[in-house]
Design a protein around this ligand. Structure first.
Ligand SMILES: O=C([O-])C(=O)C[C@H](O)[C@@H](O)C(=O)[O-]
Ligand SMILES: [Mg+2]
Length: 422
């Protein structure tokens, strides 16, 4: 039997990378998105990487968990998760920005454990000489398709230079944005972030996308900005136009009411975001598709568990994203490659970022898909200069918690977060 590979220390480095003014149902993205980069060091010299959120409470919990993992074998993931749960001792997170649904004590453990699990799998893969997808059962596809994630947006952050994408505050602006994304990355599915403009304008935008891209699957996600009645009206207007309707309205009961009458499947990354929410959602018939996200479903293997449960109950599976860097894209790609029933193109914010902490050449888009890395582990390497620069940017930018609503209020003091808004 081969030796244990024991964790000797973990480095948690918060970073900030530039983010354009993307609009959503709760406000607007701030000039920087925050992430934490985890480096898990071991007694055999392997270094494992993980990436996660970097809000201040999450950073505190990551550091507590990091201390608790020292000495554990990277193969003992069950023990590692239990050690994280003990270290957190009930310290439960909250969904400050309002885009990710309810957070419980157990789902907080999943959020905190996830990047450590990814880093441990990175190490296991390096030691075995196998890509992480092989540790998850093996890739069933060599390339993972992603969708173009379209946002209404301002041309620039207030007082700053335009970001190069230009303004997109109507259907023409979104179609132009989609043309550029599809032209550059080859995406074969389109997702519109909605809940920003009055519903009729967003319906017009989806129809404009349908005319401009007749063959591509379309989705809209207003992050619960609509009442049940509004959701049903939008569903009627978009009958036969979208492949799924994502989180039109708050709560499983509201979603179930929409699901009973809407012609298209409903999808969620807001009313089913933890294991305890699956059974009630199935009982209510609230959704037909769950967007997985290893960052809050407890890592790659627990995301596989979610996939199995979805399969059992006949639920479809897609994948959610937040603003992220290359370590996360690598993990998402390995997971999607090894998940047979993940049949929808995954979300990614990738095109919106201009900076990263990994060497750029490993993960590239061709025809809207990323080749599954075949090198041992995650297959990505840290660019230490870039990590240091983005950490300096974190220290200098002053942002410590994602606050799309607060940022919007600085621009428009009358702005209010309302769920549902229409
Ligand atoms: O599908 C979703 O709900 C998201 O991607 C949530 C994100 O936070 C998105 O709304 C964003 O980045 O503004
Ligand atoms: Mg969503």
């Amino acid at each position: 039997m081969s030796d244990a590979i024991r964790i000797t220390s973990v480095t948690v480095t918060p970073v900030a990378f530039q983010d354009p003014p993307l609009l959503n149902a709760v406000g607007v993205h701030e000039p920087y998105a925050l992430r934490a980069v985890l480096e898990v060091h071991t007694d055999q010299g392997f270094l494992g990487l993980g990436e996660t959120y970097a809000d201040s409470g999450h950073l505190r919990r990551l550091r507590a968990a990091a201390d608790a993992l020292t000495g554990l074998d990277v193969h003992h993931l069950g023990r590692a998760r239990a050690a994280v749960a003990r270290a957190l001792d009930g310290d439960t997170g909250s969904d400050g920005h309002g885009l990710t649904g309810m957070i419980t004590t157990s789902s907080t453990v999943d959020r905190v454990f996830s990047p450590f699990e990814v880093a441990c799998l990175d190490i296991q893969g390096q030691a075995a000489g196998r890509p992480v997808s092989d540790l998850l059962g093996g890739a069933v596809r060599d390339r993972v398709p992603f969708s173009a994630y379209l946002f209404y947006k301002w041309a620039a952050h207030p007082g700053a230079e335009p970001d190069g994408w230009g303004e997109a505050l109507d259907a023409d602006g979104i179609v132009a944005q989609a043309r550029r994304m599809v032209g550059t990355y080859g995406f074969t599915a389109l997702k519109l972030k909605g809940g920003v403009l009055p519903p009729d304008q967003e319906i017009d935008t989806v129809h404009a996308l349908r005319r401009a891209f007749p063959g591509l699957p379309l989705r809209i996600d207003p992050n619960c900005a609509w009442s049940v009645e509004t959701s049903l009206r939008v569903a009627r207007e978009l009958d036969g136009v979208i492949e799924y309707l994502e989180d039109p309205t708050p709560g499983q009961d509201g979603m179930a009411a929409v699901a009973r009458e809407a012609s298209m499947p409903l999808a969620t990354n807001m009313c089913v975001v933890s294991f305890e929410e699956i059974a009630p959602a199935v009982a209510r018939g609230a959704v037909r598709i769950v967007l997985s996200d290893h960052h809050y479903w407890g890592g790659l293997r627990r995301s596989g568990l979610l996939a199995g449960i979805c399969d059992t109950f006949g639920l479809g599976l897609s994948m959610h994203s937040n603003s992220h860097l290359g370590i996360s894209l690598a993990a998402m790609t390995h997971l999607a490659a090894a998940t047979p029933n993940l049949t929808y193109a995954c979300d990614t914010h990738w095109p919106w970022k201009t900076e990263d902490v990994i060497a750029p050449e490993v993960l590239t888009f061709r025809d809207g898909a990323v080749d599954v890395p075949t090198r041992p582990g995650l297959g990505v390497e840290l660019d230490r200069d870039a990590l240091a620069r983005l950490h300096e940017q974190y220290l200098a930018c002053g942002l410590r918690d994602r606050d799309d609503t607060g940022y919007m209020r600085r621009v428009d003091p009358a702005y209010e977060k309302r769920v549902p808004r229409w």
